[in-house]
Design a protein around this ligand. Sequence first.
Ligand SMILES: [Zn+2]
Length: 160
Amino acid sequence: MKIEYGELILEAGERTIRPDIFAKVDGDAMPHLQARQCRDCGDISFPPFRYCLKCNGERETVVKVLSNEGALASYTIARQVMPGFNPDYILANVRMTDDPSLVLVAQLTDVKPEDVEIDMELTMIPKIIKTLMNGEKVVSYCFRPTDPARVSPGEGGQTE
Ligand SMILES: [Zn+2]
């Protein structure tokens, strides 16, 4: 996986955890998460849904690119993990800046467990989170501290 001018480029043997979740934003060096938003009630869904689950509106939702910024709402350390994951990764609920009711479940990365703090600011970063039985690597959205002083490259449970 590499990132060029804000575009996520997969290499051979890699796939994203879901299709069409990363978007390029002009002028930003990092990819963003792509959600969808209801045209009736404004609810943002991620993973993205084509129809609103909140108001059951009949109109199709529209693409909504997220800011990539959020805050740590809660977390747990996964000691028992499924095959393909590294043990002791930090699984977090991240409250997105775009909408406080939008909470994403994602791994934290590049942070030591002792530096994790509720309400700390987080920034989305794509990472390989696991290797499938067939050797395929899965790229997903992770979060790391926005504050560079709290970033510890290589710490966390992600695969690479
Ligand atoms: Zn709605």
